[in-house]
Design a protein around this ligand. Structure first.
Ligand code: PAJ
Length: 293
């Protein structure tokens, strides 16, 4: 595995591989790797000649009072994990390499999909994500780029950017990796106190219960949201719900009646730690008046 810090070195190495006809799979991350990240690398390894992973805690996607300074980092451990996944190139750019003095151009997907869900409490987050991802796409020029369904809104926003700006690559979306009790893996889980860590399992349990209700015929978005909120409130008394939403999986528009491909997404704070999770349900028909299969 080659460890690369400069854009020039990255371009030189990748230029050679590209001329040799090798396909490039790319996994952008902010590091502190866990099994969710590794599942993206494994998929990239299966589908490409060369696998590039970037590790960069991107300052522009953090709000002024967020956790940029305390975001967990462990470059040595990440390096070992990437080696064990047979990654070819680990790109660890310093901040000045990505945002040199005088940097002033941003890439922003505008419109409703960047104004709802996580954008309500993190209004500048997605513009930071699309700016860094666009820059990394320009540097790596991958054939395929791998993202996790864990960040469902991020996937939708990046797909929109790829389409609108004609990036010549395929976005591959990978399923959410979970801990044994269902908690979605996240670098931020390390912030949780033991009690909050135990309580946080209710997020997935409440989503799984919602899925059961829907399988049983429930089609009212507000009933689904109420059930999730009640379950979280009962299991984790001091959890603060940022949002629970039932939206169209492609546009992220709010739904009153569940139909078609839907996304149930939530963000909940445990102490200072904000966790997100979601489930996607495909091809829902109208309420059939009993258990729908
Ligand atoms: P980060 O949170 O490090 O996540 C990197 C990638 O891993 C994202 O595509 C994310 O969805 C995926 N991922 C995280 N947890 C996962 C899980 N439990 N199961 C499956 N995939 C998971 O997302 C970012 O970084 C940044 O916003 C980034 C895209 C790198 C831009 O800075």
């Amino acid at each position: 595995m080659e460890i690369v810090e400069s854009k020039t070195a990255l371009r030189t190495i990748l230029g050679k591989s590209r001329s040799a006809g090798k396909s490039i799979g790319f996994v952008p991350t902010m590091g502190f790797l866990h099994a969710g990240h590794l599942s993206l690398m494994r998929r990239a390894r299966q589908e490409n000649d060369l696998v590039v992973v970037s590790i960069f805690v991107n300052p522009t996607q953090f709000g002024p009072n967020e956790d940029l300074d305390t975001y967990p980092r462990d470059a040595d451990r990440d390096t070992e994990l990437m080696r064990s996944e047979n990654v070819d190139i680990a790109f660890f750019p310093p901040v000045e390499e990505i945002y040199p003095r005088g940097f002033t151009t941003f890439v922003a997907v505008e419109g409703p999909m960047t104004q709802v869900l996580c954008a309500t409490s993190r209004p500048t987050h997605f513009r930071g994500v699309t700016t860094i991802v666009a820059k990394l796409f320009n540097l790596v020029k991958p054939d395929k780029a791998y993202f996790g369904q864990k960040d469902a809104q991020q996937v939708v926003v990046i797909q929109q950017m790829v389409k609108d700006l004609d990036f010549d690559l395929q976005v591959v979306v990978c399923p959410i990796k979970r801990e044994a009790d269902g908690l979605a893996m996240s670098s931020r889980n390390t912030y949780l106190s033991p009690r909050h860590r135990a309580d946080a399992a209710v997020l997935f349990q409440s989503l799984a219960e919602a899925q059961q209700m829907i399988a049983g015929g429930e089609r009212s978005a507000s009933a689904v949201v109420r059930s999730i909120a009640t379950k979280i409130g009962a299991a984790a008394q001091d959890a603060i719900i940022d949002y629970i939403a039932v939206v169209d999986a492609e546009t992220l528009a709010d739904l009153e009646t569940l139909q078609g491909d839907i996304l149930i997404a939530l963000a909940v704070k445990f102490g200072k730690t904000r966790l997100i999770d979601n489930i996607r349900i495909k091809g829902l028909g109208p309420n059939c008046g009993g258990p729908c299969r």
